[in-house]
Design a protein around this ligand. Sequence first.
Ligand code: BES
Ligand code: ZN
Length: 932
Amino acid sequence: MPHICICSQFTSSPIDQFNKDPKASPIATNGEIFPWHELRLPTVIIPLHYDLLIHPNLTSLDFVASEKIEVLVRDATQFIVLHSKDLEILNASLQSEEDVRYRKPGESLTVLSYPAHQQIALLVPEKLRADLRYSVAIDFQAKLADGFEGFYKSTYRTLGGETRTIAVTDFEPTEARMAFPCFDEPLFKANFSIKIRRESRHIALSNMPKVKTIELEGGLLEDHFETTVKMSTYLVAYIVCDFTSVSGTASSGVKVSIYASPDKWSQTHYALEASLKLLDCYENYFDIHYPLPKLDLVAIPDFASGAMENWGLVTYRETSLLFDPKKSSISDKLWVTKVIAHELAHQWFGNLVTMEWWNDIWLNEGFATYMELISLNITYPELQFDDDFSNTCFEVIKRDSLNSSHPISNQAKTAIQIKEMFDAVSYNKGACILNMLKDFLSEDTFRKGIIHYLKKFSYRNAKNDDLWHSLSNNCLESDSASGGFCYSDSKKTSNTLVFLRKNVELKEMMATWTLQKGIPLVVVKREGRSLRLQQERFLSGVSKEDPEWGTLQERYLWHIPVTYSTSSSHAIHRHILKLKTDTLDLSEKTDWVKFNVDSNGYYIVHYEGQGWDELITLLNRNHTLLRPKDRLGLIHDAFQLVSAGRLTLDKALDLTRYLQRETSIPALLKGLEYLELLYRMVERRNISDVTENLKHYLLQYFKPVIDTQSWVDKGSVWDRMLRSTVLKLACYLNHAPCIQKATELFSQWMESSGKLNIPTDVLKVVYSVGAQTTAGWNYLLEQYELSLSGAEKNKILYALSTSKHQEKLMKLIELGMEGKVIKTQDLAALLFAIARNPEGQQLAWNFVKENWTHLLKKFDLGSFPIRMIVSGTTSHFSSKDELQEVELFFESLKAQGSHLDIFQIILETISKNIKWLEKNLPTLRKWLLITT
Ligand code: BES
Ligand code: ZN
C-alpha cells in the first residue's frame, strides 16, 4: 500500500481518505500536498454545532468574523477538511472536549487551502480520536461580495436620493462557504448560534429571533440570536439593514413579519396577509407545526433569483414580495402569492426534510412547486391557480422532449453542475409527476404519504426511494387501521400498492419518471370497441421517418397511469400502461375518446386514424362536451405533435378554429399563444407575406374578443389575464382602436406627470405603445428611475425594450451593464426582452458574444441569469447561418473552459426550429390563403 506523507510532521493517515494515486495529489496554495482530492468532503468528521460571530462593516464593505465548530470524529484522522471560498483565514485552532472543560487554550493548526475545490484542510498535530468531540475555532475575514452570492452588499436609493447599503446572505446551493468556513453539503446538518455586530442605525436579522443585544465599547451593538434547529448550511441567513416591517401572528402563534426598505413599507401588506394564510394552510396540511418562533420575509433590493427559502428568514427579490395596488397587475399578484407559497412550502420540503445530495434537488424544488398548487387552491381559490397548473407542465415538456434533456434525478458534482440542476426539469417536471401521482393515488393517500415522509425524515435527509417508500407505506404506527393504500399485507412487498386489483410497484413506476429522461407519447388507435395503445418516447424535432428515430427510442419505457373519458360516459377510466403496447376494451360504442383527463398526466397523446378528426368535429359541434382542461390539453398536444411530424400543421390550426366560441380562458389563451408564436417566428425571419396574412387572420378572427375588452381592472383573474394578453397582442399587431386607446391613456398619464392611475392590467400595453415615440420613451426612462414599484419598473423596462430604435436599445444595455439606473439583477430580463424584439435580436446576440467575459464578472457560470441570457438571446433562432454562429460561439466558450448543459439544449432547439420552418412554412402559407 502506498504510504503518503502530507508534510514532515505527519507520518501516516487512513488510506481511504487519500488519493490512491499520489501523482494526482492536489497541491495547496502554499505548495504542500493537500490531503484530500475529492469534491465531496470526507465523512469521518461531522459538524454538530456552529457558533458564529459576524461583524460586517457597511462603510468599508467588508466583514471580520470568527466561528467555533463543534465536531464529532467518527474515525481517527489527522486533518479536517472544510469548504471555504474567497475567505482570508486568519487563525485556526483546536480544542478537545477536555481542553474546553479545563479552559485550556486551543492548539494552533496549519491551514492548507485548495481553491479549485473551494476547500481548506486543517492539519492537526495529533490524530483526532474516533467518537470524541472537538471544537475548531477559526478567525477569518473577507470583503462583502460584489455579486449576489455568499455575504454580499446590496444598495437602494431613498426617496430623498440617498444611496444606502445593506449586507445580506444568499447561500444555496454552495455559497455558505463564501461567508464562513463550513461543511457545506446538505447532509451535514447542525445547529447554529449566530451573533451579529452592527451599528445602532441598523438592525440585524437571522434565522432565529434575537435573544438579546449587548452594547460594546464604542457604541457598537451585538445581537445574539437563539440557536437554530438542526439544519443544512445553505439555509443559514443573516441581514444587516435599516428596513422597516409589518407583523402579524399566525394561528399557531408564529410571528410573521414582512421587511422592506423604509420607502417601500406600504407595499408589504399583501405579503403579510398571504404569508399568514399560507403558513396556517401548510401547518394544517402537513399536520406539522412550523418549528421556529418567527418567520421573516424580506424584500432585497439586489437579488439574483426570485426568492430563497432560508429557514425563518426568507429573502425575496422586491418584485416577488411587494405589491403596490396602484401598479401591480393581476399577474403580479399571482406571482407574489405563488412565490410566497413556494418558499413557505420549502420550510417543510427542503428545510425540515432535505435531499441527501443535489442530484435529488427535485425533492425540494419539485415539491415546493407542486405545493404552490395545493396551497393556493386552499387559500386563494379566487386566484384560480389550478387552471394555470397545466402550463407548468407544458413549459417543461418543450425542454424534456429534446434529446439533450436529463432525468429528474441527475448526477451533479461540481458547483456549476449543481447550479444547473435548478432548472425546469427539477421544478416543473418534478411538480407535474407529483401531480400525476396524486391523481393516481387519490389526494388523501398522497397527502398521508407525504405527511409520513415529512414526519419520518424531519431534521434529516432523504432520497427518492425514501419518498416512494413513504408513499406506499403511509401508515404511521398510530393510524395503521385506516384505509386507502395503508396496509401491512405481509404477502406483498413493502412498495406494492393495490390498484385496479393489480400490483403496482410504486418505486418501479416512479423510477421510470425520475431516472429516465423525456416524456412518453401514447398513441391511441380505436378499432371498433377496442383501443390499441402504444407508448414511445416523444421527441419534438425528430420524426418517425428520421434515421435517428429508432436509436433514440431504445430502452425507453414508462409505467404510465393513463386516464380517459368517452362520449358515452362521464366517468374517468384508468389503466396502467406498462408495456410498449396494450389493448383496452370499451364497454360501449363511442363517438370519441379523450385520453389524459384534465391533463393531469405527464404524457402526450396522439390519436391515429380518425381520432383527431373526431375530436376537431366535436370541438366545433359542442366544445363543452369536453372538460376545459381537456380542451387546453388538446391544443397543446396538437401543436407538439406538429413539431414531431405526427400531425400536420393545418390539422392543429383547424383545431384552433373553434376558439372563437371557447368560453374557457386558459384554453383560449393557449390557442392564442401558439398563433402568436407562429406570428413572431415569421416576423423575425421577415417572411412578410405570411406575417401580413397571419396578422390579418388574427385581427379578423379574434376581433370579437379584442373589441369586447374594456380598459379597466375588472372581472375574474382569468378575465383580467385575457384582457392583458389580448390587448398586448392587438396593439403589437397595430390594431388601430387599440393603439388609439393606449396612446390616449399614455398622453393623459404624461400630462398628469405620472400621477394618473392607469388600470394595472393594461399598464404594460399602454407603456409599450407610449415607448414608440422618442418623447414617450425618454419620459418612461425618467419615470423608471423615480418609480418605487418594482412591478411598475418591470413594465416600463419591458416597454422601453420594445422600441424600434437600435440606439435606444443599446442605451438600455449600457445602463444595464453600468448597474445604476437599471440594476444588474435586471440585466438578464432586459437582454431577454430585447432579443424578443425583432429590431433588437441581433443587437442582443452580438452584445452577449462580445461581452461574455464582462457578463461572467457579474454572474456565475451556471447561474440562472447566465443561462437566461444565453438561451434568451439564441434559442429563437431558426436559420442555418444562425445555428452555425451559435455553434461557433459555444465552441469558443468551451475552449475557454466554460461549458454548460444548456449549450446542447439550445443547439437542438435551433435545429428543431429550422426543421419546423422548412416543413411547416408552406403549410402555414397555404392554410392562411384558404382560411382568410
Ligand atoms: N431554492 C430556490 C432558490 C434558488 C434558485 C437557489 C436557484 C439556488 C439556485 C427558491 O426556492 C426558488 O425556487 N426560487 C424561485 C422562485 C420560485 C417561485 C420558482 C426563483 O428564484 O426563481
Ligand atoms: Zn424553490
